[in-house]
Design a protein around this ligand. Sequence first.
Ligand SMILES: [Zn+2]
Length: 475
Amino acid sequence: MKKIVLPLLLLTASLVSAQKMSSNKKAIVDAVEKHKAELVRISDSIWGLAETAFEEDQSSKLLADYAEKNGFTVERGVAGMPTAFVATYGSGSPVIGVLGEFDALPGISQKAQPTKEPLNEGAAGHGCGHNLFGAGSLGAAIAAKELIEAGKLSGTVKFFGTPSEEKFFGKIWMVREGLWDDVDVNLSWHPGANTEADVQSSLALVDFKVEFFGQAAHASADPWNGRSASDALELYTTGINYYREHIKPTVRIHYHIQDGGQVVNVVPDYSKLWVRVRDTKRSGMMPVYEQVRKMAEGAAIMANVDYKISLISGIYEVLVNRAGGEAMQKNLELLGPIKYTEEEEAFGKKIQEVTGKPQLGMDSEIKPLLETKEHPGGGSTDVGDVSWNVPNINLSVTTAPKDTPWHSWAVVACGGMSIGHKGMVYAAKAMGMTMVDLLENPKLVEAVKKEYKERKGDEVYEAIVPDGPPPIDTK
Ligand SMILES: [Zn+2]
């Protein structure tokens, strides 16, 4: 008896779920399915190209061309960045935006297999799954466009091709250009190790360069004639490391020594670091940033050298939108969890074995919407800057097994095979369905905007970048 009851229950559950889905949402699912093979082809091509910061020429073109082929009007090279573009379809309000990233990370090339082996030794790899990100978002935009074209919905859809998320945060210059000024609500997603309507913020961040200028001399014959830029560098990082004891636990300070001198028998006259300060709120980050800047002067005085600080860029923490998150959550519940084959589960478990994690396999369970944490952990994203200029709804979709080390070969591996493809297709459907909600229901748009205004308060957004063009020539 039990053996019969269980399948019946499952059948009933899936019927209920199918009944709840409106005809427009079903049309989104069908449209994404129709484009699936092409979306996978684009994602795989971007995965193979693995182009990094501001060099994503072919990856950007693949997405922009497919948007154009599907009837979008594409403006390329926006905000002074050759690989940034905006693809628009439709007219009038509401205007719904969606973000698509496509840049890779240097040095983590990997084959689509569950053990570490580079595809091209020393080359870049999609260790954050941005090949899936761009293709999935474009799938959602195209599906919504087809409903507008068929007269089922009215409004405008805009796909934003956003370069260099990993290094210089290209969205800052797109925001500064006012590209979201006419957008009512924006959507975004990110590949991850779980599936959830994402209502957590991210960390604000500021990047700057510190250079020390001394006097070269023979390290043994006449060191008294030298003033060492590497002494200053060491004193500076020592100061930073003492300072760590006196900062809040939410603050992070990282540095990368980019030049510490060339040879052992010369007193170095030049040194250079890339410094990054983060905190869960920009208001907490800025005083730490000021202090870490001041310390460069202290180090320069001690080593009797000159110094220079140059701001690279900085990004805001994400402004969460729970009203939008709730709409997304309902669509995840309608879609249900991603289902994996035995081979995919085995692939996931192998990655967990190799990376020393419990072999739990894939996690795509749809859990209830989480509380928004005041101080989230994790990384930073330039989606933050978009979210302070337009209400943003965020989504995370499983594209790698549970506990996968991010920005690593393991993420590259999953992004180039069916585990990643399934997540990308799922994201396209969930975001397309949420676009249906926004295009059909002005009250939802109003609620999302109201929450955005309340959370933003009196804060005036100011892009944390130097005046002038994006740092394309100085990458
Ligand atoms: Zn990412």
